[in-house]
Design a protein around this ligand. Structure first.
Ligand code: GDP
Ligand code: MN
Length: 394
């Protein structure tokens, strides 16, 4: 689950990390004038809250002043007018895609005089199964760009024991900070690791982490992703979910226990299991086509879920044909076949469908499909099925 910057900062404050005081406004700017008197300033920084980065360098659909989603306000009037113009506006950044994202929340924070900007992130390194710290003196910019142009400026560390976080002393030279700042950084990393572990995060990214005019570190931006599978342990974090940031079809799928991912092609894929989804998409690409989406019905799919799945695929207007690829393990192919037939009738589903069943009750499933006189065919062989659905998408 993705968090907004202000939410991540709120959580990190509990770990005594150096974060500036601020206030969020959701959909309206009630009391902004009184609030501003309580936040140190002017100046203040007005920050659009969306689930995407690159806000600083982004631009608004209805132009504010061509200065992007993070702006400094020198007085109360400017802070209020900036907030007004950002709220409900659409911001387009490198990470939002050309359609941009609507800004429903604005965060106003005390400002900071930046002397130096760093990039810092914690992620799980899947090769070593360890927590990895990445830190770079090239902060505040796209880390992908740094990785491409100056890979030597990104320093990585793996932590095998989260209770013993020590950074290599040589790092202070590489980052061009003095020894007391190095100690301060070490403490920040320790606290961030503790936060990562206790909040079940999968990513924490601080870009930029800055040194202010007093020579101290401050976390100016925060991106945090929480592991969905651990959310049951964090009811306070579940409440932070902002469903307006999520793709409505992906949301509908997850509410029904399925996993839906929107893609850019024209073939809808309904499968059970993520591995089978990957194999199905590979096969479609092999025939020169692109999947429009994949919908994973899950290992315990039933008839109701198949109907829900059809509803989701039907709402995706880029779908031209659909491949249903089911491996019957625990689930029975004939039960899914009945679900498919019911769904086609109930939803008056018109798109061409190719079904491939293998495993438990596959032949009974095929019989049900073959007897039904809709725009649907059953093909046993995976390659043939993928080939057929690609032809039908043309
Ligand atoms: P992002 O562009 O979505 O990553 O948003 P950030 O929160 O990182 O803000 C973008 C940039 O705005 C940062 O890299 C900083 O350089 C700048 N910025 C943010 N807050 C302040 C502030 O308080 N003072 C100053 N001078 N610059 C700031
Ligand atoms: Mn940033």
């Amino acid at each position: 689950m993705n968090l907004h910057e202000y939410q991540a900062k709120q959580l990190l404050l509990d770990f005594n990390l150096p974060i500036l005081n601020g206030k969020v406004y959701i959909n309206n700017l009630e009391n902004i004038e009184e609030d501003l008197k309580k936040i140190k300033g002017p100046p203040w920084v007005v920050k659009s809250q969306i689930h995407a980065g690159g806000r600083g360098a982004g631009h608004f659909l209805k132009s504010v002043n061509n200065k992007g989603g993070v702006q400094i306000a020198k007085d109360i009037d400017k802070a209020i007018s900036l907030s007004h113009s950002m709220l409900s506006n659409t911001i387009i950044t490198k990470q939002t895609g050309p359609k941009g994202k609507k800004v429903n929340r604005v965060f106003i924070e005390e400002s900071c005089n930046i002397k130096k900007e760093f990039y810092l992130s914690l992620i799980i390194d899947r090769d070593s199964s360890q927590l990895m710290l990445m830190i770079s003196p090239e902060g505040g910019v796209d880390i992908e760009e740094v990785a491409e142009k100056h890979p030597e400026k990104i320093h990585t560390f793996l932590f095998s024991n989260l209770d013993q976080i020590f950074l290599d002393e040589k790092l202070h030279k590489k980052l061009e900070i003095n020894l007391s700042q190095f100690q301060e950084l070490q403490l920040i990393v320790k606290k961030l690791v503790l936060a990562f572990k206790s909040l079940d995060a999968s990513t924490i990214e601080i870009n930029p982490l800055v040194i202010n005019d007093k020579g101290n570190f401050v976390l100016l931006d925060a991106k945090m992703i929480i592991d969905d599978n651990a959310l049951f342990r964090h009811p306070e974090i579940i409440n932070l979910r902002d469903i307006s940031e999520e793709n409505p079809l992906e949301l509908q799928a997850s509410e029904n226990g399925m996993n839906y991912v929107k893609l850019n092609g024209s073939i809808g894929c309904m499968v059970n299991g993520a591995g089978l989804a990957m194999a199905t998409m590979d096969m479609i690409k092999l025939f020169g086509h692109e999947p429009a989406n994949f919908l994973d019905l899950g290992g315990t799919a039933n008839k109701e879920r198949a109907i829900q799945g059809f509803k989701i695929i039907q709402s995706d207007l880029s779908v031209k044909s659909v491949l249903i690829n089911i491996f019957g393990g625990i689930i029975q192919c004939d039960m899914i076949a009945n679900g498919i037939v019911d769904a086609i009738k109930e939803l008056n589903f018109k798109l061409p469908l190719v079904v491939r069943f293998q495993g438990t009750n596959a032949s009974q499933g095929r019989d049900i499909i073959n007897k039904f006189s809709g725009n649907i065919i059953s093909i046993d062989d995976f390659t043939d099925a993928a080939k057929k659905v690609s032809e039908l998408a043309k």
